[in-house]
Design a protein around this ligand. Structure first.
Ligand code: IPM
Ligand code: MN
Length: 356
């Protein structure tokens, strides 16, 4: 009997279905020759869920994901739903799902592929060899803090972190660092915010359990500058929800395109694997979106959720090979491209490589 896994699939909105379809194509090509079976279970989230059920996070999705071994997710949102009340918007669905699933740790690797060292707006000497892991806290901080309110003459949100929330995300970062070059840079705004001072003090406490890991601290404004100035100084970046959101978008441009960066959201149970980019409504339906971030997220899913490390490596190698051979989607067309490909052509190429 082969290994059987149940994969939740949430395509979402915009380019979501185009990119998730390519990741599934690759997973199917892999499972055929790696001795495991994948069963897919499609679920609704975001705008498409609003259109069909009236809410961005239907009950069936909340219950459905719990029955899966892992969930592969595309992207949500779009102008069509921008004017809805905040709690009914697609983004609220995603935030609610992360909270429901307890996926408090969002791992966002920013790797510069040698093949794309000319693709960044930064100098090759600055970015060659960059390999950063942003560990973003995902179910707390200002995204979820209460009280929050939008009034006529003022509005407010609350940035709040409890000790246990900081401790558990810090442990994730230190554990990851132990498998890398053993350096953690915790990013906060402790010169201004109480919550950041608390974050910093708590991270220092946790670090005592990891004497081998070198811990540094950086203010978020400086960190955003350092990421562009000298990105190779970073190994693991540990940070809160909103700072991590911003820094990971910035870090993505080291790699050349936001269409390349995957992520794994893990924590209490089932994990959510998603590209860091959005639903790109401007190019939706054209078949030109870069599916590599989602294919790479599927690779993280194989590794972190299913323990299928060999299959995961096959995907990573196939991505590198496709880039080395000059296959590019439009976002990367200006860089050493030998052939400009559609989303589905890239999916075919990667599927073909992994099935060998
Ligand atoms: C991300 C996205 C989301 C976030 C949005 C869509 C709610 O930007 O995954 O980075 O801010 O977390
Ligand atoms: Mn974001």
């Amino acid at each position: 009997m082969g290994r059987n896994y149940r994969i939740g699939v949430i395509k979402g909105d915009g380019i979501g279905s185009e990119i998730v379809d390519e990741a599934i194509k690759v997973l199917d090509a892999l499972s055929a020759n790696m001795g495991f079976n994948l069963e897919y279970c499609e679920m609704l989230l975001g705008g498409s869920a609003i259109d069909e059920t009236g809410v961005p996070l239907p009950e069936e999705t909340i219950n459905g994901v719990k029955r899966c071994d892992a969930v592969l997710f595309g992207a949500i949102g779009g102008p069509k739903w921008d004017n809805l009340e905040r709690h009914l918007r697609p983004e609220s669905g995603l935030l609610g799902l992360r909270k429901e699933m307890g996926t408090f740790a969002n791992l966002r690797p920013a790797i510069v592929y040698d093949e794309l060292v000319n693709a960044s707006t930064l100098k090759p000497s600055v970015i060659k060899g960059v390999d950063i892991m942003v560990v973003r806290e995902l179910t707390g901080g200002i995204y979820f803090g209460e009280p929050r309110e939008l009034l006529k003459d003022r509005a407010y949100n609350t940035m709040v972190y409890s000790k246990s929330e900081v401790e558990r995300i810090a442990r994730v970062a230190f554990d990851i660092a132990m498998k890398r070059t053993k350096r953690v840079c915790s990013v906060d705004k402790a010169n201004v915010l109480e919550v950041s001072q608390f974050w910093r003090d708590t991270v220092i406490e946790v670090s005592k359990d990891y004497p081998e890991v070198e811990l540094t601290h950086m203010y978020v404004d400086n960190a955003s500058m350092q990421l562009i100035r000298e990105p190779k100084q970073f190994d693991v970046i540990l940070t809160g929800n909103i700072f991590g959101d911003i820094l990971s978008d910035a870090a993505s441009m080291l790699s050349g395109s936001i269409g390349l960066l995957p992520s794994a959201s893990i924590g209490e149970g089932v994990g959510l694997y998603e590209p860091i980019h959005g639903s790109a409504p401007d190019i939706a339906g054209q078949g030109i979106a870069n599916p590599l971030a989602t294919i790479s997220s599927a690779s993280m899913m194989l590794k972190y959720a299913l323990g299928e490390d060999e299959a995961s490596k096959k995907i990573d190698n196939a991505i590198k090979k496709s880039l080395a051979m000059g296959y590019r989607t439009a976002d990367l067309s200006a860089y050493d491209a030998k052939e400009i490909c559609s989303s589905s052509e890239i999916g075919d190429i990667i599927a073909n490589f992994v099935s060998k």
